[in-house]
Structures are given as C-alpha cells and as structure tokens.
Design a protein around this ligand. Structure first.
Ligand code: NAD
Length: 365
C-alpha cells in the first residue's frame, strides 16, 4: 500500500541534503517502497513566504502523512526575528503538535570513520547504541517554573521534574519494542537514589518489563551511565531515559562517533501517527550553497523512516549497508575527510550511494 512522506527541506544546507535524499527515495520506489512525496516549507523559508515558521496548511499536510522528513532550520538571516516566529519555533511546534514523545538517537561507529572518534578505536569499534529519550515531559515542561524575587537582592530560579506513570510507560514500551528488534537489552537510566520522579520511573519500567520478559532489563543511575558511555560503550544496546538526562546522554553518545554530518534521529508519537525524521545537525550556514554538506545524516534518517514508519526494514538495511561500503571505499565529504580518501561534493556523495545500491542489487540478483 502506498505511503505518503512529507519533505520539509528547511534552510541552509537542508535543501541541498534533501536533493540527495530524494535520489534515495526514488531508488526505494524502484524497489517497491511505493512512497508518494509531498513537500512544504518550514523554518526561515516558511517565515519568508508566510510570516510564520510553520503554516497551519503545512502542519495539516504533515498530520495526513505517514512520516515527515526534515532537513534543518535556522540561520543568521533570521537572527533578529521575534522568538515566537523564529525558524526554530516551527520545529518545536511540529514536535509538539504531532505529540512526538520518544526521541530515537542512534550512535553508530562505522569502521571507516573509527579515527574520527576522540576515544580509542578499540573502545568504539562496532559501536551501535540507540538512545530513547522522553521528549515531551520532565523538567523542561514541568510546572511550577520561574524566577522569583526573594527580596534583599536574592532571587530563586526553579523548575519541576515531573512524570506520570503513563508518560513513563509509553516511552518504556517504545524502548522494549525496539530492543526486541535489536540485541534484546534495555538500560533504563534515572536518579532513583535522590529523586522521587526517578523512583517512580524505575518502578514503572520494572512493572512494564513483565510484558517483555524476553528483553534483558538493567537499571543504571544516569551519572554512572554518562561514565560507562566513555568507559565501555559496547555494553549498551537500547538506553531509555527522561528528557533532561536524555538530552545530555544522547549528545555524549553522538560524539563517540565523532561526526555531526553522520547522525540521524527520529521522533515518534502514538502508534499510527506520523513520525518525524531529521539529521541531528543544523542548517550549517557556514557551508550552505557550497556543495560541501554531508547528506548521509539525512539519508540515514530516511533509512530510519523506512524502518519505523514505512514498513520497509530490508530497504533500510540496504541503505545503511551501502553507506558503510561507500565509506569503506574512501568516498568522503570534507567534514569526514581523511588522508588517502577521495573528497566528493554533496551531490557526488548521493550519486556514489546510488551506484553502490545498484551494484549491491545486481550482485544479489
Ligand atoms: P550546525 O549543526 O548547523 O553546524 C555546526 C558545524 O558542523 C558547522 O561548522 C557546520 O558546517 C558543520 N556541519 C553541520 N552539518 C554538517 C553536514 N551535514 N555536513 C558537513 N558539515 C556539517 O550548528 P550551528 O552552527 O550551531 O547552527 C546553525 C543554525 O542551525 C542555527 O540557526 C541553529 O539554530 C540551527 N540548528 C538547527 C537544528 C535543526 O534544524 N534541527 C539543529 C541545530 C541547529
């Protein structure tokens, strides 16, 4: 059955990396994916056209699709625009309106890029971690919050860390389901030793585990997890954690891989609602329009989209395998360039990937 994918290229290098991703979408369609594409404006591009970073019409189209693939938003051109209509506000609105409560951030170290990590090769070799971060609750949204004047020149800033059972269970479920399709292990991180919300988190995840006995569950304090990610990251498969700890741990895990241009992400809501897929990087205004952008993070985000929203896990595997082969052959955009490799432009990287996918297809036939 046909699936609909909404493309939101956005600003800066967003449109450039999306052009390359379109090539891969077209390839997927030759392999039976049957994806219908729609396209819209988001971020600064939408602000310039409609005076707002996400129009109601575009939002409606996103809701009607099976998934949304976004490039990047923002740039110096909109630095003086009001916060409420800044490019980034469009992305935040999209995440909120689609109720995307689970953020998936894989950290994969490709053998060919092992030297890009700041950690020793033997520590990061073969690394494949998936961090599932709760995205719509916790201390970033909890009430009460604010800064109050206590008099005598003293002020108090406060935020509230808050989670309900259902908020914990729905993100826990995502983590257990994903672990089932991977190596079958979930590490749940909180600070149950010092925070009541952490105690509840641990109790709810433990109770939920009864439905997922085939998955191994371990609990870990978030500070220990931060340390273990550097000491022995290969012990992890899926890590599930709250909004604040997930924000920090996912950036730490991402940097184990060493290159922003390679990092995909997904944000998922309730089953059946559209997921949002986007590279972790921003709009990179410093290299926009120069053909230097690495399109692989967006292409790998599309692979995640095939796996989690479009029901095509085999095509997702094929794309990830092709990325691995292209890198092994020394084809690199400037951000991941190494001695002895061949530097290519954004579009040459897209073409190299298509050639690799076709070669692999011919070999398999
Ligand atoms: P950035 O991720 O855009 O760039 C950081 C550095 O990494 C730059 O030197 C850039 O050239 C490089 N880089 C990033 N992606 C690359 C790629 N695919 N290939 C090669 N090099 C790449 O972060 P920034 O400079 O802090 O932010 C620039 C703009 O992007 C800001 O307006 C910011 O608000 C916005 N931003 C948007 C998102 C998003 O859309 N999700 C995320 C982060 C930042």
């Amino acid at each position: 059955m046909a699936k609909t994918l909404m493309l939101l290229p956005g600003d800066g290098i967003g449109p450039e990396v999306m052009v390359e991703t379109r090539k891969i979408i077209e390839w997927a369609n030759t392999r039976g994916a049957d994806i219908k594409i729609k396209e819209g404006l988001v971020g600064g591009a939408s602000y310039d056209a409609f005076g707002k970073p996400l129009s109601d019409e575009t939002l409606k189209l996103c809701r009607e699709c099976d998934a949304v693939l976004l490039g990047a938003v923002g740039g110096p051109k909109w630095n003086n625009v009001d916060y409420a209509v800044r490019p980034e506000a469009g992305l935040l609105r999209l995440r909120k309106e689609l109720d995307l409560f689970a953020n998936l951030r894989p950290a994969i170290v490709f053998d060919a890029l092992i030297d890009a990590s700041t950690l020793k090769p033997e520590i990061v070799k073969g690394l494949d971690i998936l961090i599932v971060r709760e995205l719509t609750g916790g201390v970033y949204f909890g009430e009460p919050r604010g800064i109050e004047d206590l008099g005598n020149g003293e002020r108090r800033g406060f935020n509230t860390q808050t989670y309900t059972s259902s908020e914990i269970k729905r993100v826990g479920r995502v983590a257990f389901e994903l672990a089932r399709k991977r190596r079958g292990k979930v590490t749940s991180c909180e600070k149950a030793n010092v925070m009541e919300s952490g105690k509840l988190w641990r109790e709810e995840i433990t109770a939920l585990h009864a439905e997922y006995k085939d998955v191994q569950l371990e609990h870990m304090y978030a500070d220990n997890c931060a340390m273990q990610l550097l000491r022995n990251p290969s012990q992890f498969d899926v890590i599930v954690t709250d909004n604040l700890f997930g924000d920090i741990l996912s950036d730490e895990a991402a940097m184990l891989t060493g290159s922003l241009g390679m990092l995909p992400s997904a944000a998922l809501g309730a089953p059946g609602s559209p997921g949002l897929y986007e590279p972790v990087h921003g709009s990179a205004p410093d290299i926009a329009g120069q053909g230097k952008a690495n399109p692989l993070a967006t292409i790998l985000s599309f692979a995640m989209c095939l796996r989690y929203s479009l029901g095509q896990p085999a095509l997702a595997d094929a794309i990830e395998e092709a990325v691995r082969s292209v890198l092994d052959k020394g084809t690199r955009t400037s951000d991941i360039m190494a001695k002895g490799s061949r530097e290519v432009s954004t579009s040459q990287m897209g073409d190299a990937l298509i050639a690799e996918l076709k070669t692999a297809q011919a070999k398999a036939a």
